[in-house]
Design a protein around this ligand. Structure first.
Ligand code: NAI
Length: 286
């Protein structure tokens, strides 16, 4: 039987989530997607109208199929957590069952089990503020959307992940080195995500024989990254200073995710794997 993957955090064909979906699809996996509720409409419309057809092409010439797109807001665990103003919001009222618990239930109902869970989402409303000027609310929102969201996904999906399965998230080196501009508590959120990767690897490994890893990816001009505002600078910095002076392709991150999700990586868990042209290994810029 082929593997089934649920990838949370795809809303266009530019980001790491899309590239991971493609690599998994190329390796024969069935693809389910969780898309942020406010982005759902435009993503589904674009898919339907063929806007992504060119980027759906797999190495064998076929087009990646998405078996189902689920609306998802990973900052809400169950319907009781959703405040009235969000419930009433037009973009949310048009969809249903998008809290993490409900999405896991829907996937279970539709498909039974999955083998691979990918968390490719982050959000920090005050990302452009220095950490020392970040509000409590902004800091907690970054942690909620970017770190706890992974715990929540694991918590609700682990019971339907088959033994031998794998989970992957995306992190950034700002967790361990100073990257001015990655503010609002986003650096803290990534540090939490990496630490949690270890503890969750222990818990998921012992209880479910499921692996937990995170990919520390180099800079990519995704929609989320462009919103931060310094992505071109980070891409140029990497081109100038990394051991490999080449563009970093989303596909390269996708391929490592496919490897980590596969039996080839059956002894790797609790790891932060760098896919960044080696930039993390540099001590000074040259
Ligand atoms: P992206 O914009 O393709 O992906 C982020 C996704 O998160 C979007 O689809 C957005 O709709 C979704 N999202 C935001 N809040 C959400 C919520 N509450 N519930 C559900 N979905 C939500 O951008 P990118 O850059 O590919 O991001 C994917 C992951 O890669 C993130 O964890 C990011 O921090 C990480 N990463 C990105 C780097 C970059 O340079 N682009 C570098 C290192 C890590």
């Amino acid at each position: 039987r082929g593997k089934r993957a649920f990838i949370a955090g795809i809303a266009d064909d530019n980001g790491y989530g899309w590239a991971i979906a493609k690599s998994l699809a190329a390796a024969g996996a069935e693809i389910l997607v969780g898309t942020w509720v406010p982005a759902l409409n435009i993503f589904e419309t674009s898919l339907r109208r063929g806007k992504f057809d060119e980027s759906r092409v797999l190495p064998d010439g076929s087009l990646m199929e998405i078996a189902k797109v689920y609306p998802l807001d990973a900052v809400f665990d169950s319907p009781e957590d959703v405040p009235e103003d969000v419930k009433a919001n037009k973009r949310y009222a048009g969809s249903s069952k998008w809290t993490v618990k409900e999405v896991a239930e829907s996937v279970k109902q539709d498909f039974g089990t999955i083998d691979i869970l990918v968390h490719s989402l982050a959000n920090g409303p005050e990302v452009s503020k220095p950490l020392s000027e970040t509000s409590r609310k902004g800091y907690l929102a970054a942690i909620s959307a970017s770190s706890y969201s992974f715990i929540s996904l694991l918590r609700h999906f682990l019971p339907i992940i088959n033994p031998g399965g794998a989970t992957i998230s995306l992190t950034y080196i700002a967790s361990e080195r100073i990257i001015p501009g990655y503010g609002g508590g986003m650096s803290s959120a990534k540090a939490a995500l990496e630490s949690d990767t270890k503890v969750l690897a222990f818990e998921a490994g012992r209880k479910h024989k499921v692996r937990v890893n995170t990919i520390s990816a180099g800079p990519l001009g995704s929609r989320a990254a462009k919103a931060i505002g310094f992505i071109d600078m980070m891409i140029n910095y990497s081109l100038e200073n990394a051991p490999l002076q080449k563009e970093l392709y989303a596909e390269e991150v996708g391929n490592v995710a496919a490897f980590l999700a596969s039996p080839l990586a059956s002894a790797i868990t609790g790891a932060t794997v760098y896919v960044d042209n080696g930039l993390n290994a540099m001590g000074v810029g040259v």
